[in-house]
Each structure stands twice: as C-alpha cells, then as structure tokens.
Design a protein. Structure first.
Length: 332
C-alpha cells in the first residue's frame, strides 16, 4: 500500500470552455486557453487499498481534522475514481483525502485543481507514472474539462490540437511571462448553478453560434499577445471574452446568472484603474468573483483599490504557476 500526495493548481481561463460535446468525458465544443495559477491549489493524498475494499473520500480541514464530504462531492469523486480505473485498467479501492487552499465551487476553478490532483495522486499511488498529456485526459474524465489544463504549468491550450478529444498542451512556461492574478472575492459560498448545468444550457442561447464564430480569431490574437508578452493586447481580449461568456449564460434557457451587484462594482473599479493609468483587466469564470490580471509592478496598487471596493471580502494574490507537484507531507 503506497501513499502519494499531490498539489495541483487551479487555472484561470483567458479564452473559456463553455458548451460540451460530451459532459462525462469532458469533450469541449470550443478550444480554450488558460493561465495556470500558483496559490490557489488542491492537495490530495491517495492510498491504494487492498482488493475488495471500498473507496473512501475525506476532506481535510486546515487544522488537520477530517470530515466526510458533502454527498455531491463524494459522488463526483467516486465517479472519477471509476473512470480512472476504467481507462487505466487499475483495480482495487483508494482512500482519498483532499483539501483546498481557497473557497470551492465559487468560480475559482476548484474542480480543475481538485480533479487534476485526484488523477495524479491515484495513478501515482497505484504505481503508474503517466506524463502530463496522459494525465490531462485522465483529469478531464472527471467531467471537469478545465481540469485537463491543470496538469501543465504556464499558458495552456486545450484541446492541444484540432481533435477535440486531444489532451491540453503547454504553449509557454510560467517563466515566459509571469503575470499577477488578483482574485476579488465577493462571495465564498458555492454557486447555485453548476458549470456542468451551464455547459448544458449554453447551446440554448441564441448567441451561442455567434460566439463560436468569434472564438478562433480571438484565440489567434490571444496567442500572439502571449508570445509578445503584451498585456495591452491580451487584456481587452480577455475582458470581451469573459463578458461574452456571461452574455451567453444569461441568455440561455433557462438563464444562468452568476454575477452579483458586487461583480459589477469590481468591473467598474477595474475600468477606473485603467482610466487612472494602471493596466488591469478583468475576467470571470462560472461564478461571481472577478480575476484581475496585471503586471507584478502594479500588483500592490491594484490590490489596494480592489480591496477597498464595496462588497469585496478578500483579495487573493495569485500568479502564473509552474503546475502540479508531489509533496512529502501527507494529509493523513
Ligand atoms: O471545467 P468545468 O466543467 O468546471 O467548466 C469550466 C467553465 C469555465 O470555468 C467558466 C471556463 C473554463 O474554461 O475554465
């Protein structure tokens, strides 16, 4: 019986996956591009148990105490364990213990980091050593497509080729362009509509088709801006992309509203920062919290302005990260 602990990062989508060809296997209807984060992480310890045992799933609190997970979380973890066994041919049960460094299910990509960490910890604890591309496919078999991007560091494209079933691949390492992501948290509780539900409803929006047409040239322009390390080029594209995703969500049938009044307050603060000469650009995943991208030189002044915006309960300082890593210290 071997025990392995993995720390895997969340990622922030610059061009977002919204709408799925197969939710269970995490096959997207459009390509996406993300920046891997460093601070927002999930840690997962996996123990491969004897044959015949049952899977166990535990949540570890910051004081080290263990508790059983909510039923929905447990079901998703068990489904992912079954998918991992089916794809890899592994047998036997696993004891999984996991913790997050940030609020879960609030549009901070906790499923991406959580399922990437699970896929890596489980395969390693069972003696396999898959590379990041294989792990990308295993991570997205959780049904969280964005997990496919969290097995790499830096800037990541998924699918990495024209084949929608292909794994993600790294476009550039974190060292190419270290950016700061300041997460203005306006709500820490779990969102009321899951991203799975959002992907299902996306295609019912009358604007979904228009979005699909706009994405390929936007992706090309984003890639060029990343190669050139040009935030004034990348930032407006990232912002229009986020607004458009939420336009599709809000016009789905039935509609999906992730924004809160405080979300708009933060967007206004970001526009004011730019008007004052501070380059800051916002993006929002499936939740009310706003990720604000900037260069490290402007981190402190932008964080101070975000922290002072009405309704912001916390500003998480994150940055471009190197990807998953093994850890010596286990959660249990
Ligand atoms: O990976 P999922 O199913 O949790 O969906 C992710 C959806 C977005 O975060 C809004 C976009 C993305 O590409 O991460």
């Amino acid at each position: 019986m071997s025990r392995v602990t993995v720390s895997a990062p969340a990622n922030i989508a610059l061009l977002k996956y919204w709408g799925s060809a197969c939710l269970d296997e995490g096959i997207p209807l459009n390509r996406s591009l993300s920046m891997t984060l460093e601070t927002c992480r999930s840690r997962t310890t996996s123990e491969h148990l004897e044959e015949g045992g049952e899977d166990e799933v535990w949540i570890a609190a910051s004081d080290g105490s263990l508790s059983p997970p909510p039923a929905g979380f447990r079901r998703r973890a068990e489904r992912h364990l079954d998918a991992l066994r089916r794809i890899t041919g592994l047998t036997g049960a696993f004891r999984i213990t996991t913790s997050n460094s940030f609020p879960a299910d609030a549009g901070l990509a906790s499923s991406a980091s959580g399922f990437a960490a699970l896929a890596i910890a489980v395969t390693r604890s069972a003696g396999l050593d898959p590379g990041p591309e294989e792990l990308s496919v295993l991570a997205r078999a959780s049904g969280s497509g964005s997990a496919a991007r969290s097995t790499f560091g830096g800037y990541v494209l998924w699918p990495g080729s024209d084949d929608p079933e292909s794994p993600a691949r790294q476009l550039a390492p974190a060292s190419h362009w270290p950016l700061v992501d300041l997460v203005a948290v306006v709500a820490e509780e779990a969102k009321s509509v899951s991203s799975r539900e959002g992907h299902e409803r996306a295609v019912t929006s009358p604007h979904f088709g228009t979005r699909q047409d706009l994405l390929p040239p936007r992706l090309d322009a984003m890639r060029e801006a990343i190669v050139a390390r040009d935030l004034d080029e990348l930032g407006p594209l990232v912002e229009e992309e986020a607004i458009e995703l939420h336009l599709v969500a809000m016009s789905s049938r039935p509609p999906v509203f992730y924004w809160r009044p405080e979300t708009l307050t933060v967007l206004e603060t970001v526009r004011e920062l730019r008007a004052a000469g501070l380059p800051a650009y916002a993006t929002i995943d499936a939740g009310p919290n706003v990720h604000v991208l900037c260069e490290p030189t402007h981190e402190d002044s932008i964080a101070a302005a975000l922290g002072a915006a009405p309704g912001v309960v916390e500003v998480i300082h994150d940055r471009t990260g190197e990807g998953p890593r093994l850890e010596e210290e286990h959660l249990r």
